[in-house]
Write a protein of this length. Structure first.
Lengths: 599, 609
């Protein structure tokens, strides 16, 4: 499902392309140089036949052998110059065009990483991927070729028409008259093309989404035997894209028709009028021949304009799609003036009247949440499925910002802290431990600095692994810390992944931990291992732990019950079990109950 | 690539992307036969397109002749007071222009349609084949690479089809036509031109070889880049929470730089190729001019012939630029095609039977493992199941219990035919699973894995995955059966609420309920359940387990149990260790005995205290 905004009122190809300037400008020297080389190569190419004609009409016709070798050398020189200029032009644009692409991709990636989770939930990642790949490739080709030739060809055409007018104002008038419908029709077709081009690129993004889901959800598809059905869905969408591509093609063909037919009509008219002029003596035969020759030189630059305009239109659409994402302001940003946390951080965590509402939703998920977690305390957070526990945990490291109220650490509003300080102080582990396809070291030290002199210290990594009781199985991996895990590497069991996620959370010794039920998705055997790890992880830090079962709750000093968007009870587990019916209903162990053993 | 890039990726066994020459050749052959296979159904359209192009070229060649005719004969005749010849030639010229424009437009539409059809067919094949390939393949090939096959690799093929056909056909046509003309005009001069072909061929060969290498490199680097991009976007929570942005950008920079360098190298190769080709062309031109000029002076060559020769020579080398453009797109597409064809050539590990045997209707649901041995293809030496025989009568609920690695999931996966056994047979209602058509098998048997993956679309769409033909009331009823109706109806658009990417709108527990509702809707005779664990709060879980009891009634069920309560609703418990069933019996009996299960049960009870 595309979340892309529909193409607005045709913004115009030029204004869209203007937004490429910040990336293109630093390369203006080689790019302009490339354009000049292209122009020079075109001129050298044109000069070759002219000199050749001189030779044929002159020395050869007269049998004057003396100058022949020199003139041939001249042709050779021009020819080699042309070849060298062609090479030069291509070599000049090679680096800049690819650099523009890679700079734009790097900036897009950096920007996307800073956009809040809410943005990522809304945007299908296929749409983002297609912007980072297909759209940027289109832009690269535009910078490398079509952009240059659009200018070079336009210059050639204008110069050619100038020459025609100079040769004979009447014949120039013919060309000028043809140029009017030519321009109007071309612009009309180009506008329609840019609409279709936009649709094609969006459809390509949607297709990428289906592809991604088909690969990531393969187990579900296999289990339910829905592969065939999804294939049909995919083919239907591909067919839609094919339809749009064919519509593009028809417009290009129409453009081509106009751009070939109208100049040919002009040549025919020039021939007719010119011949009449010659017959009435108002024009010399030589001028007529020259005019027709100029027109034939203009033939290719005009004909290829259609293709070049289509390319420019594609590039403009790609640029618009690119900036659509780049223009989204990161909602969670560093404060203008960051307040520094006191050293050492005590780790007092407090939520004061916190409300949260998803953008566009009708009501708050959290409404007036008050909760105090004392330094060094472990607070369990309990609530029914969908009560907003995960949402609440996202507010502490500012993956989302509160809509009202405040979250404070050591009394300071988290929005007043530098993001990097906050996230260094508060570490988070998620219900689903996401591993990246990289070494164990990289997975544990996710956010460690990149500079070699400050690279993650193996000792620190092992220390984190020890605390989370993951050192044993990591040591047994074939390449130890260097073993690649994640999708593209060794696969680990749920318990192992969960312990690595814990190691990640404790790496760097953050004073505050926010854990979204680290014991879910584990079986009894591994649960015991992770529980032991967790017990060790929780000592000496402030922690907020989402819990679903009493075994997790029992690791906590106190429990808070989240219900109806607010905290309705805070207390010790045993006490709440005795006094709070809602709490008891949530945590009374199913197993024990069925077993008939009273709690 | 810098060593730093390799460092963060870590070490794995399957990194070898470098090709031996023999493997490279095999890849090329495979890619070529794929192309032949794809083009075959479009032979007529392709012939027609070629015909259009030939006509277009002929009309184009006629244009200059008509201009010459108008000037040389038309104008003098008009001066003599006979305007008819001039009028006719001009009319002819205009007609040629019109015909040329029409033919060209028709060619573009026709060849474009063929190209789009090829692309569609290839998309369909790769996607469908990807869905057919076994989990083994997916687990080792990984989603990132499959995604880049289906996106950026197919895009580069699209680029080829867009500009390639025209460039190749146009260039080839004029090369052949002009070669013939040159020989007819003057054979010795033509020889000089043909001598120029030798360096041209050497150049082309060099270009093909070196650009193939750099394009292979671009395909590999872009695939890595896509993997990094997709993983970072899907794991954005962890990226932000752990301040990985900078590190991740540094990695993207390195991958981007590698991709850029591979591309720059490819660009430079093209630059040299195009420039050198043009140099050869112009050198030939100068030589022809010199030799031809001398011969005209000797009187062995007509001046007109030399002029024509030189004009045609220029035309001869012009399309070579198009050819380079084509080669460029071609190399990029060929590298992509090689990668695509290697996916298409991977046989599905679990093949559809040639002659499927029908399951009895209705399916009763009796499962039988007959002396089954099993090892994963990735580790063929390690038998996960040494030899296992088991009969599950229709309608029985069996709980599988055992430590990680005991072989529970392997057993379930064999029953679901995600893999085939290394030896022995798995039967459903007495029919070997290998003889059952996939569609029949999936109707009869559904496996629910722990991950509850949601697809983009509404809640109703996601539940309807269980049975796409189901109506809204059936979807609602299925949700009701697992106790999901309440929360779904509380969502802003009820069942039509968009679940957002990967179901981001729903909590983990809610996603589990949706995936259970799928099974209720699918209504299979056999359910294989890798029990999802404790993402649910106790009341919802109680609701699910009640629903499960209802759902399982009258069906055969194999449950990989993580919870005692589930074990207790089973008719029979199998305790597994090292691929062997060590205990087998009704739960009460096992609890009261003194085997492994009794010990496990005690530990469980302790954890619940």
């Amino acid at each position: 499902m595309s979340d892309a905004t529909p193409p607005g009122p045709a913004d115009g190809t030029l204004s869209a392309l203007r937004r490429l300037l910040p990336y293109v400008r630093p390369h203006r020297v080689p790019l302009v140089g490339g354009g000049l080389a292209a122009l020079a190569a075109t001129l050298a190419g044109l000069a070759v036949p002219l000199v050749t004609r001189e030779i044929v009409d002159g020395p050869i016709a007269r049998g004057d052998l003396g100058v022949l070798p020199w003139l041939v050398l001249g042709v050779l020189g021009l020819g080699l110059a042309e070849a060298a200029l062609i090479t030069l032009r291509r070599a000049l644009v090679a680096r800049p065009s690819n650099q523009v692409e890679s700079d734009m991709r790097a900036d897009l990636f950096a920007h996307l990483q800073r956009l809040p989770v809410a943005f990522h939930d809304r945007w299908a990642s296929g749409q983002l991927l297609s912007r980072a790949t297909a759209d940027l490739t289109t832009i690269r080709w535009f910078v490398a070729f079509s952009g240059t030739f659009l200018v070079v060809n336009a210059v050639t055409v204008v110069v050619g028409i100038g020459v025609l007018v100079w040769l004979s104002p009447w014949l120039g008038l013919v060309v000028a008259v043809t140029a009017v419908p030519l321009t109007v029709l071309t612009l009309l077709l180009e506008r329609r093309y840019s609409v279709v081009a936009r649709r094609a690129q969006d459809q390509q993004g949607d297709l990428a989404t289906v592809v991604e889901e088909s690969a990531l959800g393969i187990r579900v598809l296999k289990s339910l035997g829905r592969g065939r059905r999804l294939t049909e869905h995919f083919v239907a969408r591909s067919r839609g894209l094919r339809g749009t591509e064919l519509a593009k093609l028809r417009l290009v063909a129409a453009l081509w028709f106009v751009l070939v037919m109208l100049p040919e009509t002009a040549v025919a008219t020039i021939l007719g009028l010119g011949a009449y002029g010659v017959a009435t003596g108002s024009l010399t035969l030589g001028t007529l021949v020259a005019a027709v020759t100029v027109m034939t030189y203009l033939y290719w630059p005009i004909a290829t304009l259609g293709w070049l305009l289509a390319e420019a239109s594609n590039a403009a659409t790609a640029t618009t799609r690119y900036w659509e994402v780049r223009d989204v302001r990161p909602a969670v940003t560093d404060p203008d003036v960051a307040v520094a946390l006191p050293e050492p951080v005590r780790g007092a965590l407090e939520l004061r009247g916190v409300s949260f509402r998803y953008p566009g939703a009708a009501r708050d998920v959290l409404h007036g949440v008050d909760l105090v977690v004392r330094p060094g305390e472990t607070m369990a957070l309990v609530g029914a499925t969908g009560s907003g526990k995960t949402t609440l945990t996202a507010l502490v490291p500012r993956l989302q910002d509160v809509t009202a109220g405040a979250v404070t650490v050591d009394g300071l509003d988290v929005r007043d802290l530098a993001l990097s300080d906050l996230r260094r102080t508060v570490a988070t582990a998620f219900e689903d431990p996401v591993l990246i396809s990289a070494s164990v070291r990289e997975n544990v030290a996710l956010g460690a600095p990149t500079r070699p002199d400050a690279a993650p210290n193996d000792e620190d990594v092992w220390e984190a692994l020890r605390i989370s009781r993951a050192d044993g199985f990591v040591a047994a991996l074939p390449w130890g810390l260097d073993t690649r895990i994640g999708e593209q590497g060794m696969s680990l069991s749920g318990g192992q992944r969960q312990r690595l996620a814990l190691a990640r959370a404790v790496f760097g010794r953050p004073p505050v931990l926010v854990l979204d039920d680290p014991l879910s998705a584990l079986d009894v055997h591994t649960e015991a291992e992770v529980e032991a790890a967790l017990r060790q992880v929780l000592t000496g830090v402030t922690a907020l732990v989402v819990a679903h079962r009493s075994s997790t709750v029992q690791l906590a000093d106190r429990v808070a019950l989240l219900s109806g968007g607010r905290i309705t009870a805070v207390g010790v587990h045993g006490e709440l079990m005795a006094t709070h019916p809602e709490y008891r209903a949530l945590l009374a162990s199913l197993d024990v109950e069925r077993d008939g053993v009273p709690t | 690539m810098s060593t730093d890039t390799d460092d963060w990726r870590g070490v794995a066994t399957d990194d070898d992307e470098d090709l031996t020459p023999a493997a490279g050749l095999r890849l090329q052959r495979r890619a070529r036969s794929l192309v032949v296979d794809l083009v075959r159904p479009h032979r007529r359209a392709v012939s027609l397109a070629v015909l259009l192009l030939v006509l277009d070229n002929a009309v184009m060649l006629a244009g200059p002749l008509l201009v010459a005719l108008a000037i040389d004969t038309g104008v003098p005749a008009a001066l003599d007071g006979r305007p008819a010849p001039l009028a006719w030639t001009i009319a002819g010229y205009a007609a040629c222009g019109l015909a040329g424009a029409g033919l060209r437009a028709a060619f573009l539409v026709l060849s474009g349609r063929v190209g789009q059809d090829l692309l569609l067919e290839l998309r369909r094949r790769v996607f469908a084949h990807g869905q057919r390939l076994s989990l083994d393949f997916h687990e080792s090939y990984t989603s990132g690479r499959l995604i880049s096959r289906l996106t950026s690799d197919l895009d580069s093929l699209g680029d080829l089809l867009e500009q390639g056909l025209d460039g190749l056909l146009g260039a080839a046509l004029s090369l052949v036509g002009i070669s013939v003309l040159l020989v007819v005009l003057d054979a010795p001069l033509a020889l000089i031109v043909f001598a120029g072909f030798v360096p041209l061929m050497v150049l082309t060969r060099w270009f093909q070889r070196s650009s193939r290498a750099s394009y292979r490199r671009t395909r590999t680097t872009v695939a890595r880049l896509i993997v990094h991009f997709v993983e970072s976007m899907n794991g954005i929570r962890a990226v932000q929470a752990f301040r990985r942005e900078r590190r991740s950008e540094a990695i993207m920079d390195e991958l981007g730089t590698a991709f850029r360098d591979a591309n720059v190298e490819a660009f430079r190769t093209v630059a040299w190729y195009v420039g050198l080709t043009r140099a050869v062309g112009n050198l030939t031109l100068a030589t022809v001019l010199l030799v031809g000029g001398l011969r005209v002076v000797d009187g062995t060559l007509a001046l007109g012939a030399l002029t024509a020769f030189l004009l045609y020579l220029r035309r001869f080398y012009d399309p070579l630029d198009d050819l380079a453009q084509f080669f460029n797109a071609y190399q990029s597409a060929a590298a992509a095609l090689e990668k695509i064809s290697s996916v298409l050539d991977t046989p599905p590990g679990v093949a559809e039977p040639r002659r499927p045997v029908a399951l009895p209707a209705p399916v009763r649901g009796e499962l039988e493992f007959d002396r089954v041995r099993f090892a994963y293809r990735r580790a063929p030496d390690r038998l996960v199941l040494p030899e296992l025989s088991l009969r599950v009568p229709a309608g029985q609920t069996v709980a599988l219990v055992g430590a990680t690695g005991a072989g529970k999931s392997s057993l379930a996966k064999l029953a679901a035919r995600f893999h085939d056994p290394t030896a022995g047979t798995v039967r459903l209602d007495g029919v070997d699973l290998r003889d059952v058509a996939d569609a029949d098998l999936r109707d009869a048997l559904v496996m629910i894995t722990q991950e509850s993956f949601l697809f983009s679309g509404s809640v109703a769409d996601n539940i309807a995955m269980g049975r796409p033909s189901a109506g809204r009331d059936e979807v609602v009823a299925a949700a009701g059966a697992v106790g999901a109706r309440g929360f779904v109806e509380a969502l802003p658009d009820g069942f039509d609420t968009d679940v957002r990417k990967r179901g981001g709108r729903l909590s983990a527990g809610q996603r589990q309920l949706v995936s259970l509702a799928r099974v209720v809707l699918a209504d299979p005779a056999v359910v294989l359940l890798d029990e999802a664990t404790s993402s649910l709060d106790v009341p919802s879980e109680r609701a699910v387990q009640d629903a499960l009891a209802t759902v399982l009634a009258g069906r055969t069920a194999l449950i990989i149990a993580h919870r005692l309560s589930t074990v207790l609703i089973a008719d029979r418990v199998l305790v597994m260790a090292d691929g062997v069933i060590v205990q087998d019996g009704p739960p009460r009996e096992l609890v009261e005995g003194d085997g492994e299960f009794a010990a496990l049960h005690a530990a469980w009870r302790a954890s619940l205290a």
